[in-house]
Design a protein. Sequence first.
Length: 527
Amino acid sequence: MDRCGWRTLLLLVLVGWTMPRPTSADELPVLPYVQNPTPDGMTLLWFAERPTSGTVRLNTPTGERRFKSTSQLAEALQDNPWKPEFPQPRERALFRHRVRLSGLQPGTRYEYTVTQPGHDPFEGDFKTTPEADQPIRFVVYSDSETEPESSTLPGVEWPASPGSNRPRAQVRYPANQTDGYRENLKVMAAAQPDFVCVVGDLVENGGEQRDWDEFWRHNAGEYGQLASRVPLFPALGNHENYAGPGGGHAIPAVNFAVSKYLTYFETPNNGARQREHVGRYYRVDYGPISLVCLDTSDGSPHQSPRDTNFNLQASQAPDFNPGSEQFEWLEAQLADAQQRSQFTFVQFHHSMVGSGMHSLPLDHPNFQGHPGSPLRVLLPTLLKYGVDAVFSGHDEMWERSEATGEEILPAGDTQEHTLHLYDVGVGGDGLRGPVPGAENPWRKFLAHVNAPEVWQGRRLVSGGKHYGHLEVTVSPTAEGWEAVLTPVYVFPQMNDEGTVTGWERRTHDDVIRLRARHGAPTAAGTP
């Protein structure tokens, strides 16, 4: 086959992989999606109006296997009871259907068909967790903050980069948030990742069921089905801890909001002593890497320099400060991952350093009450155990910072190690710029400053801050394992009138290459 033929074949494969399957009136409210991958298993979840068990037919190398779903009334998926009027109340209750597919082989792709009485069959596929000597790719983003209103609202406010020749009338992004998020997910899908990290603020209001419906419309519904074949690894953000109109930050309403998050996601058991903390933080070992996810929703004491949410008091969120159960768990996981994995990544929502509105000092007159700075208490621990990068969001910017052992660790305990700190908060909501008073001396790259816009009349030709994500590829080389962290964004192609006519994948000039701690692979494949 000639080069043109191969390109055509590759295009057809990618289109088939990324294009959402058409939906019909008989589709499930939330299509089947995969969760909690291991080398020998995967969980399938979906939501239906009936408790009647569904059937999963799984194609395996030894023949077809069949599984029956267990169902449970999804009590948490109610409309916001604190809101006086709701424009489109849910007509029926939903049932959560679950199947644990077990006895599988590592790093193997499986095709499945879900048949749920009263609905169209759904076909999908997934890949189990590979062995530690296999390369992987994953993507990371934050702050999608879905809500159905996004499809009718204009683009978000869009501060111009310094020195930009942008037309004065162009004060908003040229596409709305629904289109921006949808195009971002398409580019993620085209990369064929092994998994996707969503680092908090998945929805606009955690207690608004319509906002969760919109999230799954993008991820396992009519807009796309990336989650139907690629597991999502989420983190709780401050918006998941907000009930929406009427409920706000009142503790019963906050618990109601978080219960929706916990209903939708299944993660590895963290063994927390307090039942309410199970599912809120976890660790995943995936091929050559370890990923540790923290819940930074609320710090203790309340409204102190150790607190990340000044609006929450006596919430069920676990503390993250030294001495807390979550902190002790974190230290144990990092110590173990340092010995087992080629790379260790940590994710949590609040960016500990940044240049945005949530990075203002606590005594600043424009302080918002959701600071990320309390998380800096974790820096010595992250550096001590050789964490390679931290993924956060919150400031709704694209920003990368660096912290080193020489700056953070006590004298005599220093090491030559650089910790990369990312704010990947450009999933599908705001596209903010830096604010006066938020100083970040550790900043190395900020799209607002380092990717200046270039316009030709009313058409943007390059630069700017856009919706995007971080793409991480981990693979063995002759010199050892390497992780390549590439900042990806979806660029709006515009005509001379300034109308968006298409989208394309582009990257910022800030690609980071990391070397693994264990050196080159051995002949057996394990360093």
